[in-house]
Design a protein around this ligand. Sequence first.
Ligand code: FAD
Length: 443
Amino acid sequence: MLKKSVINNLRNIVGEGNTILESDSLKAHSLDDVMPKAVVFPSSVEEVSEIMKLATKHSLSVIPTGGGTKSFLGNKPPSADIILSTKNLNQVLEHASSDLVATTQSGISIEDLQSELGKENQFLAIDPPHIQHGASLGGIIASNDSGPLRFRYGTFRELLIGLKVVQADGSIFKGGAKVVKNVAGYDLPKLFVGSLGTLGIIVEATFRLYAVPEYSQTYLANFSSIDDCHNALMMLTSSDLAITSLELINPTLALALSENNSIKYKADNYLLAVRIRNVEQAVKDQISKAKQICSNNNGSGTVLSDEVELGFWDDVINFPWALSNTQRTVSKASVLVSDIPKLLMSLDALSSKNGITPYVSVRAGSGICIISFSAEDSNTIASINSLRSFAAALGGHLVVQEAPISVKSEIDVWGDLGSGRSIMKKIKSNFDPDNILNPGRYI
Ligand SMILES: Cc1cc2nc3c(=O)[nH]c(=O)nc-3n(C[C@H](O)[C@H](O)[C@H](O)COP(=O)(O)OP(=O)(O)OC[C@H]3O[C@@H](n4cnc5c(N)ncnc54)[C@H](O)[C@@H]3O)c2cc1C
């Protein structure tokens, strides 16, 4: 329970209607079963600043939240005094369409943002999961989440050119600007990409935009052998094709995706999905070249267009959450592109040993493998430990994005951060000396 004076101050800052203090309503905002003591919805940067000053004065932990779609990310929080929601900070402040740049408040949902930008036939080139569930711009920046569009456009780090942040002590920091050459000195806004709310509350962002491509198709090739599939992948990545997304999908997930979208699929095959978005003729020419490359490596398949193509990619992005709800564990392993077959083989071995059925989609251009499975706690923990050791032996890494709380209490979701940990701790203590921002979640 917060002190009466703190409660009164919070009400004065944001208004009675923008606070939640009753335990019944607070329960719904719990993070990993930790119930907050208050949820506040500031409507201006100044209100965010006042809340942070109050939190610092009383050493209260503050957990920033946007759409709340990734509230499972990170280790279980030891406490959650105030959840600061950016839901009311949802305005597009400027859309300079002729400069392909926009500035918005951080709480805007990606869905609303894209529909606003779409009026000028432009878009923000990211497609992380949970867009339909209200994922916000600030949350996407703070979690550096991305989807299959990463192959062509990179992550938010490549798109972000300016940021306004309220720091733990309430001071307001602004970095970058509307122009693309925008930094004199350290590029501080980039530090906040992936900082998971541990360094400050992102309140505004400026980012570059792209024109919506006129036409899109995907070639979906079946391969009976992982080596053929991987060879085709390597040839595609070194070809002159302007590929938008390139995804390698394991047989378990391939079956589920093909059934859900009524797509022809050869049992037990790996799938390689090659998406090209451009003007119509360029798409058709490049899809036929992609088909040829796959065929040279014993792959054959179908071309997806229109609604089927959209449905397929939507499933690729959101599959871990669509396939199972109970005891679900979602991990992100990253290995070299050349090591993708080794990781998939090790997963096959694990599935027989630990009785898990992993669904896997690999961002084939970056070696990021999204792995989802459901199992008993002991099998989950054993599988995560084995996979993590295997990825580390390949020079890679594994982060557990979501797992049952009983599993999260037994493992460190981030794994070994190596020699960077002490530098990260120093950065954290410089930005947030009293450790009030998202304590315990990350650093
Ligand atoms: C202090 C500072 C001042 C800047 N001033 C300008 C400017 O005036 N104009 C402008 O256009 N951009 C400026 N930038 C932006 C920066 O130069 C570009 O974003 C950067 O060059 C991107 O290019 P790159 O990724 O190819 O890096 P690189 O060209 O590879 O390297 C950029 C700088 O980082 C150093 N570096 C490279 N790798 C490492 C490493 N592993 N560890 C430590 N240091 C490394 C290099 O020595 C070099 O100084 C500045 C950046 C910083 C940090």
